[in-house]
Design a binder for this molecule. Structure first.
Ligand code: AMP
Length: 192
């Protein structure tokens, strides 16, 4: 299965992605994790990406697409993959469609939208300890989400693969909704 997770920062994508890849036995491709590793290793990509990440802005598409292209060539994505935090722009979404078609002759199976309102996001992020979780940076990251990433929902809705997940509740409740949504047809209610 080829699945992407879309949702604002703090929606719980990371935690739920981890559970889902264990459940499905597919690799977890998180551009945020890859970028943080590149920054820690001081690679050329990390050095280029760091100022954008610190400012809560999206890293330019060319850098992200290069990173993802290299990752997908590792050869472990044949049975599928979970893309977490990617794509975040329309250009990335179109590039992912082309990569999947070219490398595997396959399309995306599902785009999961984690739906959590802004007030709850700010409350959750304020409790985290990441350097890009300061209030001004949180506001910037939410802005990128609303302006650049939310238009992807329409892109995936039109392709019939969007499933909306209510992200409020316990981790188990949200995970059950995700499994139900993946088992059901797009557009049907996700709450068990
Ligand atoms: P995340 O852990 O997914 O919230 O990502 C942390 C930061 O990495 C984001 O605020 C962006 O600066 C950058 N980033 C991660 N994934 C992407 C992406 N697909 N496109 C652009 N920037 C990204």
């Amino acid at each position: 299965m080829r699945i992407i997770f879309i949702g604002p920062p703090g929606a719980g994508k990371g935690t739920q992605s981890q559970r889902l890849v264990e459940h499905l036995g597919i690799p977890h491709l998180s551009t945020g994790d890859m970028l943080r590793q590149a920054v820690a290793d001081r690679t050329p990509t990390g050095v280029l990406a760091e100022p954008y990440m610190d400012a809560g802005q999206l890293v330019p598409d060319e850098i992200i697409l290069q990173l993802m292209d290299e990752r997908m060539r590792k050869g472990d994505c044949g049975r599928g993959a979970l893309f977490d935090g990617f794509p975040r722009t329309l250009r990335q979404a179109e590039a992912l469609d082309r990569m999947l078609e070219k490398m595997f002759g396959q399309a995306l199976d599902a785009a999961l939208e984690m739906n959590v309102d802004d007030a709850e996001i700010i409350r959750r992020l304020s409790g985290r300890r990441r350097t890009d979780d300061r209030p001004a940076v949180i506001a910037e990251r939410l802005k990128s989400y609303w302006h650049e990433t939310r238009p992807l929902l329409e892109y995936y809705r039109q392709r019939g693969v969007l499933r909306v997940i209510d992200g409020i509740g316990t981790q188990d409740q949200v995970f059950d909704r995700i499994k139900a949504a993946l088992a059901s047809r797009p557009g049907s209610p996700s709450t068990p």
